[in-house]
Each structure stands twice: as C-alpha cells, then as structure tokens.
Design a protein around this ligand. Structure first.
Ligand code: PGA
Length: 248
C-alpha cells in the first residue's frame, strides 16, 4: 500500500488573504502531527507565489492546476512546467475535466503536458473520468482505458506520476460514485498500469479518487481497494474539511 496523497484543487477561488488563512491553518495542523498522508494544494497560478512562500520548508506540497507543453515561447497567459518547478512546485494537475471541457484539451494535449511536467521534474496528477452520458451508456471502462492509454507520457517513470479518477458527473455536484463503482474503476486502472509498468511498479502509483469528496464520505471512499488518496475541490477550501478528509 502506498502512502495516501490528499490533493486540494482550489480551482479559480481564493485571494491573498484567503491563501494565507487557509495555508496557515493547514500548516498549524500538519506541522504539529505525524500525519499518515501527504497533502498538496493547487491554488490558482496567481496565488502560487504567496502559497509557496508560506509552505516553503514545510511538509505541505504545492502544485499548479495546469501547465503548457512547451518550455517557453509565445503562449500568452500560459505557464510552463519548468517555471512551476523553478518557483518551487512539486506537482501539476493535467487533464482536469474542466480543462478538457473549457479549453478543449484532448488526451494528446494531456499527454504532452504530462510529458513536459515529468521532464521538468514535476509529478503530474493526470486526471481522467467518464461523463454521465458515457456511464449511462455503459462505456465507462472503455473511456477510462482510452484516457489512460492516450494521456500518459510514453516514457513515463512510474514513480513520478499520479492518476486521479474523477467521474465528471460527480465533480462539484454533490453526487459521488458508490464504493463499488469506485472499486471497479480503480481496480481496472490498476490493471492497466500493471500491463504497462509491471505489478511492482504499478502498485506504487497513487490513484486518487475525486468528485464531491467531503469529510462525511472520505472514510468510505478512501477505504476502497486501490484508492490511494483524494483530489478534492470544494472541500479543500475549508481547513477543517480538507484536514478531516486526510486525517481520521
Ligand atoms: P469537487 O471537485 O470536490 O468540488 O467535486 C473535485 C475536482 O474537480 O477536482
């Protein structure tokens, strides 16, 4: 079993004062206890500097929410994986469903971004998940297989990637997949990773579950086989909730 990873995706929320309150609150807990999970926060790009200066030298890791596939160049508004690494990030989300929907990102974009992240020395948290329509039509596993096959970098080092299974219909909706559904998909993802990396290496890859994870359902979801952590949106914006998800 791998050490659980609890990642907070702030999305487009927060401010400088919010960040200092939330990170300050989290640090006062993390630094005082020997916690059994690792925590990472992914604030909006404009808050990375503030959050990184607060988290520097602590057990709290920081990640970007996206990166560009190129190292530098004429890409107004984008941030390279190199720069995220340079300022002190350890992680970056790639292929979040909101990026796939709002910005038309395809599996091959996600693969290019994840490749850039690995090259820069960041751990990409590669997000995958089916839509409600795909689930209802019985295509969940087919979609997951395609996304895993096509979004992971070709020469991925298994020790430097994280996967996040987030059913799109469960994100921000208050709906969560049942433990049985989560188990089915996570077991399936694990076997896909086994066929690619071999069992020993695949067993060490964190597969996170995301989609309306909150303190009231975290224990049940995190107890499911092959669930190695959580990617948390809404509930990561409150210190007590985010903490309670990772530490019980
Ligand atoms: P949610 O978001 O926890 O608010 O559903 C999860 C995510 O989008 O990563």
């Amino acid at each position: 079993m791998v050490r659980k990873l609890i990642a907070g995706n702030w999305k487009m929320n927060g401010s400088v004062s919010f960040a200092s309150e939330l990170v300050g609150g989290l640090l006062s807990k993390i630094e005082q206890q020997d916690v059994s999970a690792d925590f990472v926060v992914c604030p909006p790009a404009a808050l990375l500097g503030s959050v990184l200066s607060l988290a520097k030298g602590t057990k709290l890791s920081v990640g970007g929410q996206d990166c560009h596939a190129n190292v530098s160049g004429a890409h107004t508004g984008d941030t390279s994986a190199e720069l995220l690494k340079d300022i002190g990030c350890g992680y970056v989300l790639t292929g979040h469903s909101e990026r796939r929907t709002d910005h038309g990102e395809t599996d091959s974009d996600v693969k290019a971004k994840s490749t850039a992240a690995l090259k820069a020395g960041l751990t990409p948290i590669i997000c995958i998940g089916e839509t409600e329509g795909e689930r209802v039509s019985g295509n969940t596993l087919k979609v997951i297989e395609q996304q895993v096959t096509n979004s992971l970098p070709d020469d991925a080092d298994s020790s430097a990637i994280v996967l996040a299974y987030e059913p799109v219909w469960a994100i921000g909706t208050g709906k969560t997949a049942t433990p049985d559904d989560v188990a089915e998909v996570h077991n399936f993802i694990r076997e896909l990773l086994v066929s690619r990396f071999g069992r020993e290496a695949a067993n060490k890859i964190n597969i996170l579950y995301g989609g309306s994870v909150k303190p009231s359902n975290a224990a049940e979801l995190l107890a499911v086989s092959n669930v190695d952590g959580a990617l948390v949106g809404g509930a990561s914006l409150k210190v007590e909730d985010f903490w309670a998800i990772g530490v019980r």
